[in-house]
Ligand binder design. Structure first.
Ligand SMILES: [Zn+2]
Length: 274
């Protein structure tokens, strides 16, 4: 039984500000260690719950955040910026279930700590009229490969978003959001202990045949995307099949969640060009 641990940085224990998550900034290295600590707790839990194999995908920014030299030596790590499936790279290779560590809520979430959707070019994203962010996008790709998301660690707003969208997965709120860049953080050992315990429970539930269902939006998937800035719809139209709804909103019908993930990322790259 192989478990994929998909990692972001904004929802890591102790992280509350954008600059903490930016390579090159003063506190970034400290946050790399915090991130590695949360992920190690999940790895230990997954193995103690009964996983045979654990693969880790580093998905924040350039995908080079986790400290390999401090990571649990039983796991392989997907590193780097242009992994084909980004934050869920590895899901295509017989993964039984997925654990999200350090995730965050979607753009527009009230009090969502560091909430955003991908690069920040997106003001609103809906799949089949359901608002989603990175939790929904990543979980949908996992669902495309029949893998449920069995656990998340994040701030409380992202945990609530995951429960609403994905059902009864294990959730660990390592911090209570007070605003977009402030939170009440649990003591580190407490947070890591909770991550460990939740990972054990999640994998035991999986082995008992009682995980949450994989997240599978109905296909074809109707994507509705509003850009943060006007003037981007013209670039988005470079992708054939794009329908422009107004000065900032486009729509696209994707065959499945894998294509949804790919085309959304293409729109995001285009929105950041020029
Ligand atoms: Zn991130």
């Amino acid at each position: 039984m192989k478990i994929l641990i998909s990692c972001d940085m904004e929802g890591i224990s102790g992280v509350v500000a954008w600059e903490q998550t930016e390579p090159g900034s003063g506190e970034y290295e400290r946050c790399q260690a915090l991130m590695t600590g949360d992920v190690n707790a999940a790895i230990r839990g997954a193995f103690d719950g009964g996983a045979d194999e654990v693969l880790v995908a580093d998905g924040h920014s350039y995908g080079r955040n986790l400290l390999l030299e401090e990571l649990d030596p039983r796991v392989c790590l997907n590193v780097g910026v242009d992994k084909p499936l980004a934050i869920v790279e590895g899901i295509q290779d017989e993964v039984a279930a997925v654990i999200f560590i350090g995730y965050h809520s979607r753009i527009g979430t009230r009090n969502g700590l560091l909430c955003h959707t991908w690069s920040g070019a997106t003001a609103d994203l809906q799949l089949n009229e359901v608002p989603v962010g990175e939790i929904g996008l990543s979980a949908g790709v996992c669902g495309h490969f029949d893998a449920p998301v069995i656990m998340i660690s994040a701030d409380d707003t992202a945990c609530a978003e995951a429960r609403d969208l994905l059902g009864q997965l294990e959730t660990v709120a390592v911090k209570r959001a007070l605003g977009r860049q402030s939170a009440e953080c649990l003591p580190l050992e407490t947070a890591r202990g909770m991550i460990y315990e939740a990972a054990v429970r999640a994998v035991i539930r999986l082995k008992a045949g009682n995980p949450p269902a994989p997240y599978r939006p109905k296909t074809p998937v109707r994507i509705s995307l509003r850009f943060m800035r006007p003037g981007k719809v013209g670039l988005a139209e470079l992708i054939p099949g794009t329908k422009v709804r107004d000065g900032r909103r486009i729509e696209y019908t994707a065959r499945d969640m894998l294509d949804t993930f790919k085309v959304f990322r293409a729109y995001d790259i285009l929105a950041n060009s020029e």
